[in-house]
Design a protein around this ligand. Sequence first.
Ligand SMILES: [Zn+2]
Length: 341
Amino acid sequence: MTLPLDEKYSRQLLFAGVGPEGQRRLLSSGATIVGCGAIGAAVANLLARAGVGRLRILDRDFVETSNLQRQVLFDENDAREALPKAVAAERKLRSLNSDIHIEGIVADLNSRNVQELLSGFPLILDGTDNFETRFLINDFAVQSGTPWIYAAAVASYGLSFVIRPRETACLACLLGPEGALGLEETCDTVGVLGPVVNLVASFEAAEALKILSSNASALHGRLISCDVWTGRLQSVQPERNPACRACAQGEYRYLHGEAQPHITMCGRDSVQIHERGRVLDLPALEKRLSSTIPGVRQNGFLLRFQVTPYEMTVFTDGRAILKGTKDPAVARSLYAKYIGA
Ligand SMILES: [Zn+2]
């Protein structure tokens, strides 16, 4: 039985800022959410329930038990099955709202697939956990004139800011040409609280609803930062940098993928191995590896095995995440040994 739309969105229809016209606009709009960890999952949850008509969710990772404390779309079964987050999120969101189109894509956003994955949506939402990907989103957004919303949280602190190319500051204006790539503190080193993630995601989702319901005049234009432990809440209006390499000079170095390294750090004590254009037959690989390694598991999306002290997870596109080392040489040699050179 189809649920009546007016009833589903009744409390949002009553809200003067949305109303029936705003709701129609939301239903015919869409957004891409890059990264479906804590902030991405929370923002996807809010936008799916609000009736944003098309949601594309990109994520490169799979659900683990340590995610459940703050990643609201996932449950213990998802962690037990090691489902890719994009797949688990798509399933959960479909059960929350069957009126909208939800597409989960298991992929690592990079300079080679950015045009294909981010084109065709009027808004991009940040659910990533690293500045490399944020600068890639920023370059794409500024070049294509697409608004995007920056959001981040670590420990009890978080921030969010709407970037409208050439109207507001962009990420390169905020962080300078080299950005904050040297930032040491991450959720893997100092942890993160569920409440700050949900607060930041709420600021991000509220601005998204304004943009997608054609209420751009309601955007507050401020960078909001908050700390749920101290109760401090601040907002500033960042200035554009007239010499910004991205939004002033049109220099999009991240789009040109000036050397995405073959192996990158990915969380504490793990590395990601990027493979171009390799397609893996997981059942065949499972069969081959099982003859020498006990406990090889695959679920159609990824295959995982342990060779103490390492744990390797390989995806169908050939990408792999190796836990237990930060050493690219170790990662390269294990990949070559078990998956292929
Ligand atoms: Zn800029």
